[in-house]
Write a new protein. Structure first.
Length: 300
């Protein structure tokens, strides 16, 4: 009997203030969706970082005289450098790229952009060694050992380029969280207003129940459940929106990026993994907001 009463009161309260309920549901769903998007960006960033770091190579560029006079890397300076790189602790693979090879790679990369091809002369592309490490963090040791090595012009870590991409992704994530925070604050205020209005419109009913012996907790529980039910509906809409956005828009927009392995794809499994967090967050925050509102503004 009591359970039936609670259910009836909850849905009666939600339908009585339908415009307030819809505003709260929509605002909460948007804030949860944006927050979930930020979590997906974090997951994508972490996977992309692993994808890149697993393939990060250190580039050891040779001086111009070595690049020009020793295209086959047969002189003592070049061959000794090759041997020392291969024997260095932590190095798993070393690939020599001559100036001609570098020019060929450059032309293949920018074959569809002839304007860019004309910007770089072949003499500007040095020969180099691509060094694969079992731990990308060993770059410092490679740099210290070979930066001043005879015949070496410079040592560059590709991880520095990767970090630029991560800074863009992190900026998107931070922006999503800021927007979600603003939207979330608006949603919490709407929840508080909904609880206050619902309690005010039913104040006479609550007073009668208190006179016949109902506890304060029992009279206030329907208001809390209204806030939680509305928040759970919002969370369900947010999760559904993430699935819709991912499969209907994001996948098609980033299809070429995914195929090129520039960034790791956002998967349905990632959305499923964050769904419990969004649902739990919606339930806890709505319940806490409703409880504090009742304690501060409702005295019956």
């Amino acid at each position: 009997m009591r359970f039936t009463f609670l259910i009836r009161e909850v849905f009666s309260g939600l339908s009585r203030n339908i415009t307030m309920t819809l505003a709260m549901v929509i605002t909460t769903a948007i804030s949860l969706g944006i927050f979930g998007g930020g979590l997906l960006v974090i997951d994508m960033t972490n996977k992309t970082q692993k994808l890149y770091l697993d393939n990060v190579e250190v580039e050891v560029f040779l001086s111009d005289d070595i690049s020009t006079s020793d295209p086959g890397c047969v002189t003592e300076i070049c061959s000794t450098l090759d041997e020392d790189l291969r024997e260095f602790p932590g190095v798993t693979d070393v690939t020599y790229i001559s100036r001609d090879d570098a020019v060929a790679i450059y032309r293949d990369t920018f074959a569809s952009n002839p304007e860019i091809l004309d910007l770089v002369r072949p003499e500007a592309l040095p020969a180099s060694f691509l060094v694969r490490l079992d731990d990308p963090e060993q770059f410092g040791a490679i740099y210290d050992e070979f930066a001043l090595y005879p015949g070496v012009e410079s040592v560059r870590n590709q991880e520095e380029l990767v970090q630029r991409l991560f800074s863009v992704l992190n900026g998107l994530r931070n922006g999503a969280f800021i927007i979600a925070t603003v939207q979330g604050a608006a949603a919490l205020m709407l929840i508080a207003n909904m609880v206050q209005i619902t309690a005010f419109t039913r104040r006479d009913e609550v007073s009668i129940m208190r006179l016949v012996g109902a506890t304060r907790w029992y009279t206030q529980l329907p208001f809390l459940l209204e806030a939680v039910v509305a928040a759970l509906v919002s969370a369900a809409l947010a999760v559904g929106g993430l699935f819709l956005a991912k499969n209907a828009f994001v996948d098609s927009m980033l299809a070429e990026v995914y195929q090129s392995n520039i960034v790791a794809p956002i998967t349905n499994a990632a959305i499923v993994s964050i769904s419990p967090l969004l649902i739990g967050l919606a339930a806890v925050l709505s319940a806490a907001t409703g409880y504090l509102t009742l304690r501060l503004y409702v005295r019956e």
